[in-house]
Design a protein around this ligand. Structure first.
Ligand code: ADP
Ligand code: MG
Length: 616
Protein backbone atom coordinates (compact mmCIF):
# COMPACT_ATOMS: atom_id res chain seq x y z
CA UNK A 1 0.00 0.00 0.00
CA UNK A 2 1.23 3.48 -0.80
CA UNK A 3 2.23 5.82 2.01
CA UNK A 4 -0.58 8.18 2.83
CA UNK A 5 0.77 10.41 5.59
CA UNK A 6 1.81 13.92 4.58
CA UNK A 7 3.09 16.90 6.50
CA UNK A 8 0.51 19.67 6.46
CA UNK A 9 1.60 22.76 4.57
CA UNK A 10 2.54 25.61 6.92
CA UNK A 11 -0.44 27.77 6.11
CA UNK A 12 -2.84 24.93 6.95
CA UNK A 13 -1.00 24.15 10.18
CA UNK A 14 -1.12 27.83 11.08
CA UNK A 15 -4.80 28.03 10.37
CA UNK A 16 -5.43 25.08 12.67
CA UNK A 17 -3.24 26.54 15.40
CA UNK A 18 -5.00 29.86 14.95
CA UNK A 19 -8.24 28.27 16.07
CA UNK A 20 -6.68 27.76 19.50
CA UNK A 21 -5.18 31.20 19.88
CA UNK A 22 -7.77 33.35 18.15
CA UNK A 23 -11.26 32.58 19.31
CA UNK A 24 -12.73 35.99 18.65
CA UNK A 25 -11.63 39.58 18.04
CA UNK A 26 -10.88 40.01 21.75
CA UNK A 27 -8.13 37.36 21.49
CA UNK A 28 -6.39 39.42 18.82
CA UNK A 29 -6.64 42.50 21.02
CA UNK A 30 -5.09 40.63 23.93
CA UNK A 31 -2.17 39.30 21.89
CA UNK A 32 -1.37 42.62 20.24
CA UNK A 33 -1.58 44.57 23.49
CA UNK A 34 0.67 42.06 25.20
CA UNK A 35 3.23 42.26 22.40
CA UNK A 36 3.28 46.04 22.77
CA UNK A 37 3.87 45.67 26.52
CA UNK A 38 6.64 43.13 25.97
CA UNK A 39 8.18 45.69 23.59
CA UNK A 40 8.34 48.06 26.61
CA UNK A 41 5.96 50.64 25.18
CA UNK A 42 4.94 53.55 27.39
CA UNK A 43 2.08 54.60 25.12
CA UNK A 44 -0.37 52.17 23.52
CA UNK A 45 -3.32 52.99 21.32
CA UNK A 46 -6.04 50.47 20.56
CA UNK A 47 -8.35 51.23 17.64
CA UNK A 48 -11.34 48.99 17.00
CA UNK A 49 -14.07 49.23 14.39
CA UNK A 50 -17.39 47.37 14.45
CA UNK A 51 -16.53 45.24 17.43
CA UNK A 52 -13.34 44.09 15.72
CA UNK A 53 -14.95 42.76 12.54
CA UNK A 54 -13.66 45.58 10.40
CA UNK A 55 -10.48 46.61 12.15
CA UNK A 56 -8.31 45.93 15.17
CA UNK A 57 -5.22 48.10 15.35
CA UNK A 58 -2.61 48.46 18.06
CA UNK A 59 -0.05 51.24 17.87
CA UNK A 60 2.85 51.34 20.32
CA UNK A 61 6.00 53.35 20.91
CA UNK A 62 8.01 50.29 21.94
CA UNK A 63 11.26 48.85 20.65
CA UNK A 64 10.08 48.19 17.10
CA UNK A 65 11.53 45.41 14.92
CA UNK A 66 14.34 45.14 12.42
CA UNK A 67 13.53 44.51 8.77
CA UNK A 68 14.27 40.80 9.10
CA UNK A 69 12.62 40.34 12.48
CA UNK A 70 9.49 41.96 11.14
CA UNK A 71 9.17 39.13 8.65
CA UNK A 72 10.34 36.41 11.02
CA UNK A 73 7.91 37.41 13.77
CA UNK A 74 5.10 36.00 11.61
CA UNK A 75 6.61 32.53 11.42
CA UNK A 76 5.20 29.95 13.78
CA UNK A 77 7.24 29.41 16.96
CA UNK A 78 9.24 32.55 16.20
CA UNK A 79 9.88 34.46 19.39
CA UNK A 80 12.53 36.74 20.83
CA UNK A 81 11.36 36.01 24.35
CA UNK A 82 12.73 32.58 25.16
CA UNK A 83 15.66 30.71 23.70
CA UNK A 84 15.64 27.35 25.46
CA UNK A 85 13.31 25.12 27.44
CA UNK A 86 15.04 26.33 30.61
CA UNK A 87 13.77 29.84 29.96
CA UNK A 88 10.24 28.52 30.33
CA UNK A 89 10.79 28.59 34.07
CA UNK A 90 11.83 32.22 34.20
CA UNK A 91 9.25 33.90 32.07
CA UNK A 92 8.89 37.60 32.70
CA UNK A 93 7.21 38.54 29.42
CA UNK A 94 3.57 38.10 28.42
CA UNK A 95 4.33 36.14 25.30
CA UNK A 96 6.72 33.23 24.87
CA UNK A 97 5.03 30.83 22.49
CA UNK A 98 5.74 32.72 19.30
CA UNK A 99 2.33 31.74 17.99
CA UNK A 100 0.23 34.86 18.04
CA UNK A 101 1.39 36.78 14.99
CA UNK A 102 1.58 33.65 12.83
CA UNK A 103 -1.91 32.62 13.91
CA UNK A 104 -3.46 36.02 13.38
CA UNK A 105 -1.84 36.41 9.97
CA UNK A 106 -3.16 32.99 8.93
CA UNK A 107 -6.77 34.05 9.28
CA UNK A 108 -6.83 37.78 8.52
CA UNK A 109 -5.33 40.58 6.48
CA UNK A 110 -2.50 42.06 8.50
CA UNK A 111 -0.52 45.20 7.87
CA UNK A 112 2.44 46.14 10.02
CA UNK A 113 4.60 49.25 10.19
CA UNK A 114 7.57 49.16 12.48
CA UNK A 115 10.84 50.96 13.11
CA UNK A 116 13.51 50.41 15.74
CA UNK A 117 14.62 53.39 17.81
CA UNK A 118 17.45 55.15 16.00
CA UNK A 119 17.06 53.15 12.78
CA UNK A 120 16.97 55.24 9.65
CA UNK A 121 14.29 53.26 7.89
CA UNK A 122 11.42 51.20 9.09
CA UNK A 123 9.53 48.32 7.54
CA UNK A 124 6.08 47.91 6.04
CA UNK A 125 4.77 44.38 5.78
CA UNK A 126 1.50 43.05 4.41
CA UNK A 127 0.35 39.46 4.96
CA UNK A 128 -2.99 37.98 3.92
CA UNK A 129 -4.05 34.51 5.01
CA UNK A 130 -0.44 33.66 5.84
CA UNK A 131 0.90 34.82 2.44
CA UNK A 132 3.38 37.69 2.40
CA UNK A 133 2.02 40.22 -0.09
CA UNK A 134 4.73 42.83 0.41
CA UNK A 135 7.74 43.43 2.64
CA UNK A 136 9.57 46.68 2.05
CA UNK A 137 11.52 49.44 3.73
CA UNK A 138 9.40 52.44 4.61
CA UNK A 139 9.38 55.66 6.57
CA UNK A 140 7.42 54.23 9.49
CA UNK A 141 7.31 56.05 12.82
CA UNK A 142 9.30 54.62 15.73
CA UNK A 143 7.56 51.72 17.42
CA UNK A 144 5.08 49.32 15.88
CA UNK A 145 1.61 49.56 14.43
CA UNK A 146 -0.24 46.38 13.50
CA UNK A 147 -3.68 46.43 11.91
CA UNK A 148 -5.79 43.37 11.52
CA UNK A 149 -8.64 43.46 9.00
CA UNK A 150 -11.14 40.92 7.70
CA UNK A 151 -10.65 38.60 10.65
CA UNK A 152 -11.68 35.00 9.83
CA UNK A 153 -12.08 35.94 6.15
CA UNK A 154 -11.01 32.40 5.20
CA UNK A 155 -12.96 30.62 7.95
CA UNK A 156 -16.59 31.54 7.19
CA UNK A 157 -17.89 29.34 10.00
CA UNK A 158 -15.95 31.37 12.55
CA UNK A 159 -16.88 34.66 10.97
CA UNK A 160 -20.57 33.82 10.97
CA UNK A 161 -20.26 32.70 14.54
CA UNK A 162 -19.22 36.16 15.71
CA UNK A 163 -21.72 37.75 18.03
CA UNK A 164 -23.17 41.23 17.71
CA UNK A 165 -20.91 44.25 17.71
CA UNK A 166 -21.90 44.99 21.33
CA UNK A 167 -21.07 41.52 22.56
CA UNK A 168 -17.70 41.41 20.78
CA UNK A 169 -16.93 44.90 22.01
CA UNK A 170 -17.67 43.79 25.54
CA UNK A 171 -15.18 40.95 25.25
CA UNK A 172 -12.61 43.34 23.81
CA UNK A 173 -13.25 45.80 26.62
CA UNK A 174 -12.78 43.02 29.17
CA UNK A 175 -9.37 42.18 27.70
CA UNK A 176 -8.47 45.85 27.56
CA UNK A 177 -9.40 46.25 31.24
CA UNK A 178 -7.23 43.32 32.24
CA UNK A 179 -4.19 44.60 30.39
CA UNK A 180 -4.71 48.21 31.45
CA UNK A 181 -5.14 47.23 35.11
CA UNK A 182 -1.96 45.19 35.07
CA UNK A 183 0.01 48.15 33.70
CA UNK A 184 -1.08 51.41 35.27
CA UNK A 185 2.30 52.92 34.34
CA UNK A 186 1.45 52.75 30.62
CA UNK A 187 -0.64 55.40 28.89
CA UNK A 188 -3.56 53.71 27.08
CA UNK A 189 -6.05 55.01 24.54
CA UNK A 190 -8.95 52.95 23.32
CA UNK A 191 -11.08 54.07 20.37
CA UNK A 192 -14.16 52.31 19.07
CA UNK A 193 -15.57 53.52 15.76
CA UNK A 194 -15.47 57.27 16.11
CA UNK A 195 -15.39 57.65 19.87
CA UNK A 196 -12.63 57.42 22.45
CA UNK A 197 -13.90 54.93 25.02
CA UNK A 198 -10.97 55.26 27.38
CA UNK A 199 -8.00 57.45 27.86
CA UNK A 200 -6.00 56.18 30.79
CA UNK A 201 -2.90 58.26 31.49
CA UNK A 202 -0.03 56.62 33.35
CA UNK A 203 -1.03 56.70 37.04
CA UNK A 204 -1.17 54.80 40.30
CA UNK A 205 -3.11 51.55 40.45
CA UNK A 206 -5.91 53.23 42.37
CA UNK A 207 -6.25 55.97 39.76
CA UNK A 208 -6.21 53.34 37.04
CA UNK A 209 -9.04 51.40 38.68
CA UNK A 210 -11.04 54.58 39.01
CA UNK A 211 -10.22 55.52 35.40
CA UNK A 212 -11.72 52.25 34.25
CA UNK A 213 -14.62 51.68 36.63
CA UNK A 214 -15.65 55.25 37.31
CA UNK A 215 -15.18 57.78 40.08
CA UNK A 216 -17.71 56.10 42.35
CA UNK A 217 -15.21 53.25 42.77
CA UNK A 218 -13.01 55.49 44.91
CA UNK A 219 -15.00 55.06 48.11
CA UNK A 220 -15.28 51.31 47.62
CA UNK A 221 -11.62 50.36 47.70
CA UNK A 222 -9.74 48.97 50.68
CA UNK A 223 -5.99 48.48 50.19
CA UNK A 224 -4.41 45.07 50.69
CA UNK A 225 -0.69 44.76 51.25
CA UNK A 226 1.38 41.85 52.48
CA UNK A 227 4.97 40.89 51.91
CA UNK A 228 6.13 37.36 52.59
CA UNK A 229 8.90 35.11 51.39
CA UNK A 230 6.53 33.17 49.16
CA UNK A 231 4.45 35.95 47.68
CA UNK A 232 4.15 39.71 47.71
CA UNK A 233 0.56 40.74 47.67
CA UNK A 234 -0.84 44.16 46.84
CA UNK A 235 -3.98 45.74 45.46
CA UNK A 236 -7.49 46.42 46.63
CA UNK A 237 -10.66 44.68 47.65
CA UNK A 238 -14.07 46.33 47.54
CA UNK A 239 -15.92 46.95 50.77
CA UNK A 240 -18.51 44.25 51.38
CA UNK A 241 -21.45 46.60 51.11
CA UNK A 242 -20.55 47.16 47.47
CA UNK A 243 -20.47 43.48 46.63
CA UNK A 244 -22.38 42.86 43.43
CA UNK A 245 -24.79 40.27 42.23
CA UNK A 246 -22.54 39.61 39.26
CA UNK A 247 -18.93 38.58 39.28
CA UNK A 248 -17.89 41.63 37.32
CA UNK A 249 -14.95 43.21 39.08
CA UNK A 250 -12.75 40.34 40.16
CA UNK A 251 -9.17 40.41 39.03
CA UNK A 252 -6.12 38.38 39.97
CA UNK A 253 -2.78 39.19 38.45
CA UNK A 254 0.24 37.01 38.99
CA UNK A 255 3.44 38.76 38.00
CA UNK A 256 1.26 41.27 36.16
CA UNK A 257 -0.48 38.60 34.13
CA UNK A 258 -4.25 38.33 34.46
CA UNK A 259 -5.23 34.87 35.65
CA UNK A 260 -8.35 33.00 36.64
CA UNK A 261 -8.14 30.84 39.68
CA UNK A 262 -11.21 29.38 41.36
CA UNK A 263 -8.94 28.29 44.20
CA UNK A 264 -7.60 31.75 44.99
CA UNK A 265 -11.04 33.20 44.42
CA UNK A 266 -12.25 30.94 47.16
CA UNK A 267 -9.54 32.29 49.47
CA UNK A 268 -10.80 35.85 48.97
CA UNK A 269 -14.45 34.94 49.31
CA UNK A 270 -13.75 33.06 52.51
CA UNK A 271 -12.04 36.16 53.92
CA UNK A 272 -15.35 37.96 53.42
CA UNK A 273 -17.19 35.25 55.33
CA UNK A 274 -20.12 36.63 57.25
CA UNK A 275 -19.81 40.03 55.61
CA UNK A 276 -21.68 39.34 52.42
CA UNK A 277 -25.30 38.82 51.65
CA UNK A 278 -26.21 35.55 50.02
CA UNK A 279 -25.37 35.50 46.30
CA UNK A 280 -23.31 38.71 46.48
CA UNK A 281 -19.83 38.64 44.97
CA UNK A 282 -17.00 40.74 46.39
CA UNK A 283 -14.94 42.90 44.03
CA UNK A 284 -11.15 42.67 44.08
CA UNK A 285 -8.05 43.78 42.22
CA UNK A 286 -5.22 41.68 43.63
CA UNK A 287 -1.65 41.49 42.45
CA UNK A 288 0.57 38.60 43.42
CA UNK A 289 4.30 38.79 42.83
CA UNK A 290 6.01 35.42 42.99
CA UNK A 291 9.32 34.03 41.88
CA UNK A 292 8.77 33.02 38.22
CA UNK A 293 10.46 29.70 39.04
CA UNK A 294 7.63 28.83 41.43
CA UNK A 295 4.86 29.00 38.84
CA UNK A 296 4.01 27.27 35.60
CA UNK A 297 2.08 29.37 33.13
CA UNK A 298 2.50 26.91 30.34
CA UNK A 299 -0.73 25.05 30.87
CA UNK A 300 -3.18 26.69 28.52
CA UNK A 301 -2.66 28.37 25.16
CA UNK A 302 -4.67 31.40 26.13
CA UNK A 303 -2.69 31.51 29.33
CA UNK A 304 -5.22 32.56 31.95
CA UNK A 305 -4.50 29.54 34.08
CA UNK A 306 -1.46 29.11 36.22
CA UNK A 307 0.03 26.52 38.53
CA UNK A 308 1.73 27.45 41.79
CA UNK A 309 4.30 25.23 43.47
CA UNK A 310 2.89 26.04 46.84
CA UNK A 311 -0.78 26.73 46.30
CA UNK A 312 -1.82 26.14 49.89
CA UNK A 313 0.52 28.74 51.31
CA UNK A 314 -0.56 31.31 48.74
CA UNK A 315 -4.17 30.55 49.66
CA UNK A 316 -3.55 31.03 53.35
CA UNK A 317 -1.61 34.26 52.89
CA UNK A 318 -4.21 35.68 50.56
CA UNK A 319 -7.05 34.86 52.89
CA UNK A 320 -5.45 36.29 55.97
CA UNK A 321 -4.22 39.44 54.21
CA UNK A 322 -7.69 40.22 52.90
CA UNK A 323 -9.23 39.49 56.28
CA UNK A 324 -6.70 41.73 57.94
CA UNK A 325 -7.44 44.60 55.57
CA UNK A 326 -11.18 44.31 56.06
CA UNK A 327 -10.66 44.36 59.82
CA UNK A 328 -8.09 47.11 59.84
CA UNK A 329 -10.22 49.44 57.81
CA UNK A 330 -12.97 49.04 60.28
CA UNK A 331 -15.33 47.35 57.99
CA UNK A 332 -16.25 44.40 60.11
CA UNK A 333 -17.82 46.14 63.13
CA UNK A 334 -20.22 48.16 61.01
CA UNK A 335 -22.17 45.07 60.19
CA UNK A 336 -24.36 43.34 62.69
CA UNK A 337 -24.75 39.70 61.85
CA UNK A 338 -27.63 39.11 64.20
CA UNK A 339 -29.63 41.93 62.76
CA UNK A 340 -33.26 41.19 62.07
CA UNK A 341 -33.59 41.15 58.33
CA UNK A 342 -36.86 42.95 58.57
CA UNK A 343 -35.11 45.99 59.90
CA UNK A 344 -32.49 45.97 57.25
CA UNK A 345 -32.13 49.15 55.27
CA UNK A 346 -30.91 48.99 51.72
CA UNK A 347 -27.18 49.59 51.53
CA UNK A 348 -27.51 52.79 49.59
CA UNK A 349 -29.26 54.33 52.56
CA UNK A 350 -27.30 52.85 55.38
CA UNK A 351 -25.06 55.81 55.96
CA UNK A 352 -27.48 58.56 55.15
CA UNK A 353 -29.22 60.46 57.87
CA UNK A 354 -32.97 60.14 58.25
CA UNK A 355 -35.28 62.29 56.23
CA UNK A 356 -37.94 64.22 58.16
CA UNK A 357 -41.42 63.10 57.24
CA UNK A 358 -43.12 65.28 54.69
CA UNK A 359 -46.25 65.36 52.64
CA UNK A 360 -45.91 63.35 49.50
CA UNK A 361 -47.64 64.68 46.44
CA UNK A 362 -48.33 62.30 43.64
CA UNK A 363 -47.98 64.69 40.74
CA UNK A 364 -48.75 61.98 38.23
CA UNK A 365 -52.06 61.07 39.84
CA UNK A 366 -55.03 61.10 37.53
CA UNK A 367 -58.13 59.42 38.87
CA UNK A 368 -59.52 58.97 35.37
CA UNK A 369 -56.49 57.24 34.04
CA UNK A 370 -56.93 53.48 33.99
CA UNK A 371 -53.31 52.68 34.23
CA UNK A 372 -52.89 54.61 37.47
CA UNK A 373 -54.51 51.63 39.16
CA UNK A 374 -51.33 49.71 38.65
CA UNK A 375 -49.52 51.81 41.19
CA UNK A 376 -51.70 50.67 44.01
CA UNK A 377 -50.76 47.11 43.28
CA UNK A 378 -47.10 47.61 43.98
CA UNK A 379 -46.35 44.17 45.28
CA UNK A 380 -42.69 44.84 44.76
CA UNK A 381 -42.29 47.74 47.10
CA UNK A 382 -41.52 45.56 50.08
CA UNK A 383 -37.82 44.73 50.35
CA UNK A 384 -38.08 43.50 53.84
CA UNK A 385 -39.96 46.28 55.47
CA UNK A 386 -42.95 44.55 56.88
CA UNK A 387 -44.67 47.86 57.55
CA UNK A 388 -44.82 48.49 53.87
CA UNK A 389 -46.36 45.12 53.31
CA UNK A 390 -49.21 45.90 55.57
CA UNK A 391 -49.75 49.21 53.89
CA UNK A 392 -49.73 47.59 50.54
CA UNK A 393 -52.47 45.19 51.32
CA UNK A 394 -54.95 47.59 52.80
CA UNK A 395 -56.75 47.73 49.49
CA UNK A 396 -56.79 44.00 49.15
CA UNK A 397 -60.12 43.85 47.39
CA UNK A 398 -59.22 46.18 44.62
CA UNK A 399 -55.93 44.37 44.26
CA UNK A 400 -57.73 41.11 43.84
CA UNK A 401 -60.05 42.40 41.22
CA UNK A 402 -57.01 43.84 39.55
CA UNK A 403 -55.26 40.51 39.49
CA UNK A 404 -58.20 38.70 38.04
CA UNK A 405 -58.53 41.39 35.46
CA UNK A 406 -54.85 40.97 34.79
CA UNK A 407 -55.20 37.30 34.06
CA UNK A 408 -58.34 37.59 32.03
CA UNK A 409 -57.09 40.42 29.86
CA UNK A 410 -53.69 39.12 29.11
CA UNK A 411 -54.02 35.41 29.31
CA UNK A 412 -57.65 34.56 28.83
CA UNK A 413 -57.07 31.27 27.13
CA UNK A 414 -54.96 30.05 29.99
CA UNK A 415 -57.64 30.45 32.62
CA UNK A 416 -57.79 26.73 33.30
CA UNK A 417 -54.22 26.57 34.53
CA UNK A 418 -55.53 28.15 37.71
CA UNK A 419 -56.63 24.85 39.14
CA UNK A 420 -55.06 24.95 42.58
CA UNK A 421 -56.80 28.20 43.35
CA UNK A 422 -60.22 26.70 42.70
CA UNK A 423 -59.10 23.99 44.99
CA UNK A 424 -58.44 26.35 47.87
CA UNK A 425 -60.61 25.46 50.81
CA UNK A 426 -61.28 29.04 51.69
CA UNK A 427 -62.97 31.28 49.22
CA UNK A 428 -61.18 34.39 48.07
CA UNK A 429 -62.98 36.74 50.38
CA UNK A 430 -62.41 34.69 53.48
CA UNK A 431 -59.15 34.78 55.38
CA UNK A 432 -56.45 32.43 54.20
CA UNK A 433 -56.04 29.63 56.66
CA UNK A 434 -52.32 29.45 56.33
CA UNK A 435 -49.05 30.37 57.93
CA UNK A 436 -45.49 31.22 57.07
CA UNK A 437 -42.82 28.62 57.66
CA UNK A 438 -39.26 29.76 58.39
CA UNK A 439 -40.03 33.08 56.71
CA UNK A 440 -39.64 31.26 53.47
CA UNK A 441 -42.71 29.24 52.67
CA UNK A 442 -46.41 29.89 52.89
CA UNK A 443 -48.35 26.83 53.84
CA UNK A 444 -52.05 26.34 53.50
CA UNK A 445 -54.47 23.50 53.05
CA UNK A 446 -56.34 22.77 49.87
CA UNK A 447 -58.98 20.16 49.18
CA UNK A 448 -56.52 17.55 48.01
CA UNK A 449 -53.84 18.15 50.62
CA UNK A 450 -51.27 20.71 51.63
CA UNK A 451 -50.03 23.54 49.46
CA UNK A 452 -46.51 24.86 50.06
CA UNK A 453 -45.55 28.06 48.29
CA UNK A 454 -42.00 29.35 47.98
CA UNK A 455 -42.63 33.01 48.74
CA UNK A 456 -39.64 34.42 46.87
CA UNK A 457 -40.18 32.41 43.71
CA UNK A 458 -43.91 32.93 43.76
CA UNK A 459 -43.46 36.65 43.99
CA UNK A 460 -40.88 36.58 41.20
CA UNK A 461 -43.45 34.85 39.00
CA UNK A 462 -46.11 37.44 39.84
CA UNK A 463 -43.84 40.39 39.17
CA UNK A 464 -42.39 38.82 36.05
CA UNK A 465 -45.79 38.41 34.43
CA UNK A 466 -46.80 41.84 35.54
CA UNK A 467 -43.75 43.43 33.94
CA UNK A 468 -44.09 41.38 30.78
CA UNK A 469 -47.69 42.38 30.49
CA UNK A 470 -46.94 46.04 31.00
CA UNK A 471 -44.25 46.14 28.37
CA UNK A 472 -45.91 43.96 25.80
CA UNK A 473 -49.23 45.78 26.05
CA UNK A 474 -47.29 49.05 26.29
CA UNK A 475 -49.16 50.01 29.42
CA UNK A 476 -46.11 51.46 31.04
CA UNK A 477 -46.71 53.48 34.13
CA UNK A 478 -43.81 55.60 35.16
CA UNK A 479 -43.52 57.33 38.50
CA UNK A 480 -42.35 60.84 37.92
CA UNK A 481 -39.77 61.82 40.50
CA UNK A 482 -40.32 65.23 42.03
CA UNK A 483 -36.59 65.50 42.48
CA UNK A 484 -34.73 63.73 39.72
CA UNK A 485 -31.96 61.42 40.88
CA UNK A 486 -28.44 61.80 39.58
CA UNK A 487 -26.54 58.51 39.55
CA UNK A 488 -23.00 57.76 38.46
CA UNK A 489 -22.08 54.91 36.16
CA UNK A 490 -18.80 53.87 34.65
CA UNK A 491 -18.23 53.64 30.92
CA UNK A 492 -19.00 49.98 30.45
CA UNK A 493 -22.16 50.33 32.54
CA UNK A 494 -23.21 53.30 30.44
CA UNK A 495 -22.51 51.21 27.36
CA UNK A 496 -24.94 48.58 28.55
CA UNK A 497 -27.54 51.17 29.50
CA UNK A 498 -27.14 52.49 25.99
CA UNK A 499 -27.82 49.05 24.55
CA UNK A 500 -30.99 48.58 26.56
CA UNK A 501 -32.13 52.19 26.59
CA UNK A 502 -35.31 51.55 24.57
CA UNK A 503 -36.31 48.64 26.75
CA UNK A 504 -35.66 50.55 29.95
CA UNK A 505 -37.97 53.25 28.67
CA UNK A 506 -40.65 50.68 28.00
CA UNK A 507 -40.41 49.65 31.64
CA UNK A 508 -40.91 53.23 32.73
CA UNK A 509 -37.41 54.57 33.24
CA UNK A 510 -37.06 58.15 32.08
CA UNK A 511 -33.49 59.38 32.00
CA UNK A 512 -30.90 61.40 30.16
CA UNK A 513 -27.14 61.41 30.20
CA UNK A 514 -25.78 64.55 31.79
CA UNK A 515 -22.09 65.27 31.73
CA UNK A 516 -19.53 62.57 32.25
CA UNK A 517 -20.62 59.23 33.61
CA UNK A 518 -23.85 60.51 35.07
CA UNK A 519 -27.50 59.86 34.40
CA UNK A 520 -30.32 62.11 35.48
CA UNK A 521 -33.29 59.91 36.26
CA UNK A 522 -36.64 61.62 36.33
CA UNK A 523 -39.00 58.67 36.03
CA UNK A 524 -38.96 55.08 37.28
CA UNK A 525 -41.16 51.98 36.81
CA UNK A 526 -44.20 51.90 39.04
CA UNK A 527 -43.10 48.99 41.18
CA UNK A 528 -39.61 50.26 41.92
CA UNK A 529 -39.19 52.10 45.23
CA UNK A 530 -37.44 55.41 44.72
CA UNK A 531 -34.68 54.72 47.22
CA UNK A 532 -33.68 51.55 45.41
CA UNK A 533 -33.35 52.84 41.90
CA UNK A 534 -29.55 52.66 42.07
CA UNK A 535 -29.60 49.08 43.29
CA UNK A 536 -32.19 48.07 40.71
CA UNK A 537 -30.23 49.61 37.85
CA UNK A 538 -26.98 48.03 39.05
CA UNK A 539 -28.74 44.70 39.12
CA UNK A 540 -30.20 45.14 35.65
CA UNK A 541 -26.80 46.03 34.28
CA UNK A 542 -25.22 43.03 35.97
CA UNK A 543 -27.88 40.71 34.52
CA UNK A 544 -27.53 42.24 31.08
CA UNK A 545 -23.79 41.72 31.36
CA UNK A 546 -24.06 38.07 32.27
CA UNK A 547 -26.85 37.32 29.78
CA UNK A 548 -25.55 39.29 26.82
CA UNK A 549 -26.96 36.83 24.33
CA UNK A 550 -30.45 36.79 25.75
CA UNK A 551 -30.27 40.52 25.61
CA UNK A 552 -30.03 40.24 21.88
CA UNK A 553 -32.83 37.74 21.39
CA UNK A 554 -35.36 38.66 24.06
CA UNK A 555 -34.38 41.76 25.95
CA UNK A 556 -37.81 42.44 27.41
CA UNK A 557 -38.10 38.95 28.78
CA UNK A 558 -34.62 39.09 30.26
CA UNK A 559 -35.20 42.48 31.87
CA UNK A 560 -38.60 41.44 33.22
CA UNK A 561 -36.94 38.47 34.87
CA UNK A 562 -34.15 40.60 36.25
CA UNK A 563 -36.56 43.18 37.65
CA UNK A 564 -38.70 40.47 39.18
CA UNK A 565 -35.65 38.87 40.75
CA UNK A 566 -34.51 42.16 42.23
CA UNK A 567 -37.84 43.33 43.54
CA UNK A 568 -39.42 40.10 44.73
CA UNK A 569 -39.91 39.55 48.44
CA UNK A 570 -36.99 37.48 49.70
CA UNK A 571 -36.82 34.46 51.92
CA UNK A 572 -36.41 35.79 55.43
CA UNK A 573 -39.07 38.44 55.15
CA UNK A 574 -42.08 38.16 57.41
CA UNK A 575 -45.38 38.39 55.59
CA UNK A 576 -48.55 39.16 57.48
CA UNK A 577 -51.81 37.36 56.79
CA UNK A 578 -52.99 39.84 54.20
CA UNK A 579 -49.70 39.73 52.37
CA UNK A 580 -49.71 35.94 52.38
CA UNK A 581 -53.19 35.87 51.01
CA UNK A 582 -52.40 38.39 48.30
CA UNK A 583 -49.39 36.37 47.29
CA UNK A 584 -51.44 33.18 46.99
CA UNK A 585 -54.17 34.92 45.01
CA UNK A 586 -51.78 36.70 42.70
CA UNK A 587 -49.74 33.59 42.10
CA UNK A 588 -52.72 31.57 40.95
CA UNK A 589 -53.86 34.41 38.77
CA UNK A 590 -50.62 33.94 36.87
CA UNK A 591 -50.35 32.18 33.58
CA UNK A 592 -47.66 29.79 34.77
CA UNK A 593 -47.99 29.67 38.55
CA UNK A 594 -46.04 26.43 38.80
CA UNK A 595 -42.64 27.83 38.00
CA UNK A 596 -40.67 30.93 38.88
CA UNK A 597 -39.29 32.83 35.87
CA UNK A 598 -36.07 30.85 36.27
CA UNK A 599 -37.91 27.57 35.87
CA UNK A 600 -37.78 26.41 39.44
CA UNK A 601 -40.92 25.24 41.24
CA UNK A 602 -42.87 28.05 42.88
CA UNK A 603 -45.11 25.73 44.85
CA UNK A 604 -45.68 22.09 45.59
CA UNK A 605 -48.62 20.07 46.81
CA UNK A 606 -48.42 17.20 49.24
CA UNK A 607 -51.48 15.05 48.67
CA UNK A 608 -53.63 13.86 51.54
CA UNK A 609 -52.85 10.24 50.87
CA UNK A 610 -49.11 10.96 51.09
CA UNK A 611 -49.68 12.54 54.46
CA UNK A 612 -51.90 9.66 55.53
CA UNK A 613 -49.24 7.22 54.43
CA UNK A 614 -46.78 8.75 56.84
CA UNK A 615 -49.11 7.89 59.70
CA UNK A 616 -49.96 4.39 58.61
P1 ADP B 1 5.50 35.92 21.36
O1 ADP B 1 4.91 37.19 21.86
O2 ADP B 1 4.99 34.73 22.06
O3 ADP B 1 6.99 35.96 21.29
P2 ADP B 1 4.25 36.69 18.89
O4 ADP B 1 3.86 35.89 17.71
O5 ADP B 1 3.22 37.43 19.61
O6 ADP B 1 5.01 35.69 19.86
O7 ADP B 1 5.38 37.69 18.44
C1 ADP B 1 6.55 37.21 17.79
C2 ADP B 1 7.70 38.14 17.99
O8 ADP B 1 7.48 39.36 17.28
C3 ADP B 1 7.92 38.57 19.43
O9 ADP B 1 8.71 37.64 20.12
C4 ADP B 1 8.61 39.91 19.27
O10 ADP B 1 9.99 39.75 19.12
C5 ADP B 1 8.05 40.44 17.97
N1 ADP B 1 6.99 41.45 18.19
C6 ADP B 1 5.66 41.23 18.13
N2 ADP B 1 4.97 42.36 18.37
C7 ADP B 1 5.87 43.33 18.59
C8 ADP B 1 5.78 44.73 18.91
N3 ADP B 1 4.61 45.35 19.04
N4 ADP B 1 6.95 45.41 19.06
C9 ADP B 1 8.14 44.78 18.94
N5 ADP B 1 8.29 43.46 18.65
C10 ADP B 1 7.17 42.74 18.48
MG1 MG C 1 2.93 37.71 21.74
Amino acid sequence: MADIIQLLPDHVANQIAAGEVVQRPASVVKELLENAIDARASLIKLVVKDGGRTLIQVIDNGTGMSHTDARLGFERHATSKIKSADDLFHIVTKGFRGEALASIAAIAHVEMHTREAGAELGTALRIEGGKVMSHEFSASPEGTSISVKHLFFNIPARRNFLKSQQVELRHITDEFHRVALAHPDIDFHFYHNTSELFHLPAASLKKRIIGIFGSKTNEKLVPVQEETAVVNLSGFVCKPQYAKKSRGEQFFFVNNRFIKSPYLHHAVVSAFEGLLKADAHPGYFLFLEVDPVSIDINIHPTKTEIKFDDEHTVYAILRSAVKHSLGQFNITPVLDFEQDQNLETPYAFKNKSGVPPGIQVDTGFNPFKQAAKGRATGLGADKGRSGDWEGLYVGLESRMSDSSQFSSVAFESEANTRLPLENLEETQDAQLAGFQLRKKYIITSIKSGMLIIHQNRAHQRILYEKFLKTVTLKETVSQQLLFPLVLSFNKSELGIIDDIQDQLQLFGFVFEEIGKEQLKISGIPFLVPENEVGIVLDQLIAEAQTHGDQLKTSPLDMLSRALAKTLAVKSGNTLNQAAQQALVNDLFACREPKLCPFNKPAYTIIEDNEIDKKFS
